[in-house]
Design a protein around this ligand. Structure first.
Ligand SMILES: Nc1ncnc2c1ncn2[C@@H]1O[C@H](COP(=O)(O)OP(=O)(O)OP(=O)(O)O)[C@@H](O)[C@H]1O
Length: 317
């Protein structure tokens, strides 16, 4: 499979701030790549480099060419903040953006894909925040892009709308579109991404499939028991137990161990209100790695004074 997006030692500086610090990555065609990381980690800056919308050092390629030279109709980009004309209805808006391309999809079918058929004749400014975001996703689809960059696409969208968009993203990837997704929603990334990279202070600190990252950094499966009992009463059991206010946590509990663990609670005479078995998720990976990044790499965004940031922002305009 060819790489649709490739970065080799990509670095983006704004004055003294190093927003992206020597990032290398490769996204095979037709896959979903998830970029995660705390606020200020450099995600949006990296997306700008990879879409050719800002200057950078290092090498990048998009669909086999330098990003800034790729025909715009092959790329879809939903920036984090995007404000289309507000006094257009949703269908006028999609038609307006479709007209910017020599060949475009039928706006009506895009409207249906993003679940806005019922709002076709509503002015953009009268849509709810979540509907506006869906309309913006629709705008990125009118040119039927080969690569789609979505910077926090589901922010503000309700749970049903989020799931609908996830299905849409899965369908797009299944049909061959490469999707580069940045998100703060770990369940979204865990569900959608084939590969994930975590950025902290401009550097990739971990990368891999969601399951490999969870296996490496997510911690263990555990049984959390709501009880006032202390861990001592399970001292003779085979389980590793920690106690905290109102709960005992039994570690390294696989699904097959749950019965034994519950038997051990009963044998120790522990009265409990309830128990919950949890498996590690990408959120655990995120929390673990963000903690490490703050301990080891310094807080993201360090190294820039507000003045230096301001100067470069002005210089870029
Ligand atoms: N146009 C700009 N001019 C100067 N500094 C900038 C500019 N854009 C971003 N920065 C700085 O670059 C660093 C990375 O910012 P960026 O927006 O890329 O992070 P992010 O990971 O997308 O954050 P968030 O999750 O909050 O959207 C931050 O220190 C930010 O202040």
């Amino acid at each position: 499979m060819d790489a649709a997006v490739l970065a080799q030692d990509v670095t983006k500086r704004y004055g003294d701030t190093v927003a992206v610090d020597g990032v290398s990555l490769s996204v095979p065609e037709g896959t979903v790549f998830g970029l995660i990381g705390p606020n200020g980690a450099g995600k949006t800056s990296l997306v700008r480099c990879l879409t050719g919308t800002t200057a950078y050092d290092g090498e990048a390629s998009l669909l086999g060419s330098p990003p800034e030279t790729v025909e715009r109709d092959r790329i879809g980009l939903l920036p984090q903040s995007f404000s289309p004309p507000e006094r257009l209805t949703v269908s006028e808006l999609l038609g307006y953006y479709a007209d910017l391309y020599d060949e475009a999809r039928d706006p009506a079918s895009v409207l249906a894909e993003v679940g806005l058929e019922g709002a076709a004749d509503t002015w953009y400014e009268e849509l709810s925040g979540g509907q506006q975001r869906r309309a913006c996703v629709g705008i990125t689809l009118v040119n039927d892009p080969d690569v789609l960059f979505l910077d926090e696409p589901t922010t503000g969208i309700d749970p049903v709308g989020r799931r609908d968009l996830w299905t849409l993203i899965e369908d797009l990837a299944a049909a061959g579109t490469t999707v580069f997704l940045t998100s703060h929603s770990m369940d979204e990334v865990e569900r959608l991404a084939d590969e994930v990279a975590m950025l902290a202070a401009g550097e990739i600190v971990a990368a891999g499939t969601p399951s490999s990252l969870i296996a490496k950094h997510g911690g263990d499966s555990r049984l959390v028991v709501r009880t006032e009992a202390s861990a001592d009463v399970l001292a003779d059991s085979r389980f590793r137990v920690e106690s905290s206010a109102g709960r005992l946590t039994l570690h390294d509990i696989d699904a097959a161990d749950i019965d034994d663990a519950v038997d051990a609670l009963a044998a120790a005479g522990i009265q409990y209100e309830s128990f919950t078995w949890t498996e590690p998720t990408l959120e655990d990976v995120y929390l673990e790695l963000t903690g490490e990044a703050f301990r080891g790499l310094g807080a993201p965004g360090d190294g820039a004074t507000a003045g230096a940031v301001q100067t470069e922002t002005e210089a870029e305009r």
